[in-house]
Design a binder for this molecule. Sequence first.
Ligand SMILES: *Cc1c(COP(=O)(O)O)cnc(C)c1O
Length: 408
Amino acid sequence: MIEPSEFHEATALVRGGLERSQFDETSEALYLTSGYVYPTAAEAEAAFSGEKSRYIYSRYGNPTVSAFEERLRLLEGAEMCMATGSGMAAVFASLASLVGAGDRVIGSRALFGSCHVILTEILPRFGVDTELIDGTSLDDWERAITKKDESGKGPKAIFVETPSNPGLQIIDLAAVADMAHAAGAMVIVDNVFASPVLQRPLELGADVVVYSATKHIDGQGRTLGGAVLGTKEYKEEYLMPFTRHTGPSLSPFNAWVLLKGLETLRLRVDASSRAAHDLANRLEPHPLVESVGYPGLASHPQFDLAKRQMQSGGTIVTIDLGGKSEAFQFMDALSLFDISNNVGDSKSLVTHPATTTHRRIGAEGRALVGIGEGLVRLSVGLEDVNDLYQDLDRALGAIRSSNPNQLP
Ligand SMILES: *Cc1c(COP(=O)(O)O)cnc(C)c1O
């Protein structure tokens, strides 16, 4: 197997984690098995006592899942990677394995809907104190991170998403990690929107990175998956003792699909990101678009930070069309962009966050993170960019204003 220092990224993405079976197949073998057999009772005993390291049961480990974990680990440059059955299983395991009653977690407010539910509803049920703040304000971070409870204890973990879904807010990972480490807290980053090829949170100071592999890593709309990456110490001390017994394991079949996704990840993400940037540029001056959100545009409030922290602006663009009626008319008039709440797919997708992914956080919650009724999120795929622009432009032209004073 290859080591990260031996080869460059492109090589690791195609060959990382590859361990051929006795049949010398070209493509990665798919070990669709739940269990493993032992030649003797003594070997089973040695496996269970930990004396012998080998596969025991696919809830703990599986060769195809290990290959996926190793390939992603090499890409991220982490000490360890653990795959999970979905992105949310990764998010929950990363936090639930670490914190307990009486601990405090601070999160940025602009979060994926289900991450928001974990922080504001699920963890508090287990006695974890959670606080959501404006992730773009370093003053807010400073205040929340330096706060101590009655016993003088600081926060245990920081959870952030950057760029955020769907507002594309950028959080200064290096600055937040410095503050968190000074207070003894671990930093967990949901890096889904940037993907592992456009942003490297571990190099910026993060301790743990989580992914929904469902998004860019599969990138072809086929399977759910997730991963947690970090240090071996975090795995041994927190993650493994939790996941072994709670079972958020990734299926070997899905791991195989995701291995194949990793082979083309850089090519797909770079192509979609180039197209997204081009579309953002063309949409910004469009008379029917009120505003465009894209971290690669100079008009983005954290453009400089995004430029420092990310390799490019990413594959997702938001546009504000004023109101729900305009947004719905626009979406219904699109013919190439499919209405779907997924992102990072090779097919371009469009969603209305206020009524779908972020419905649950309520109008007040949405207002706090800038998700208006007119906001539309575009996930740019791999189609020809001119066809995509033509589709957007034609659908914008199909909007009939709900303002009766405006001329048609
Ligand atoms: C989709 C998503 C998740 C959850 O991933 P699933 O694979 O759907 O469970 C978490 N965070 C972000 C930012 C996402 O976009």
